[in-house]
Design a protein. Structure first.
Length: 97
């Protein structure tokens, strides 16, 4: 038995095209319960994304504040170190006299 693919594929393709073409104008309506559940799900996702964004923003502000505090503390430590070094040099100068 020698069946050619074209002999089956072309009529099948035409039949499926006609079938899907006939069904294209029809719409499927979902029940209100499904619509409500989907809407609540979408709102939940949006709220979760907003909460996550707020948490990230808050974390970044805390990180920035921490960096500013660390920079201020480092500056204070450097100034104190320079002052201490200056006093030590001054003390050495007075001892040498």
């Amino acid at each position: 038995m020698n069946i050619k693919v074209k002999t089956i594929a072309v009529p099948a393709f035409v039949a499926l095209s006609l079938l899907f073409g006939a069904c294209a104008d029809q719409t499927i309506e979902t029940p209100d319960a499904v619509d409500g559940a989907v809407q609540e799900g979408v709102e939940g996702i949006e709220q979760g994304a907003q909460d996550a964004g707020n948490a990230v923003e808050g974390g970044l502000k805390d990180l920035q504040k921490g960096a500013e505090d660390a920079a201020g503390a480092a500056k204070d430590n450097v100034e104190q170190g320079l002052e201490d070094a200056g006093n030590a040099v001054e003390d050495l100068g007075q001892e040498a006299e």
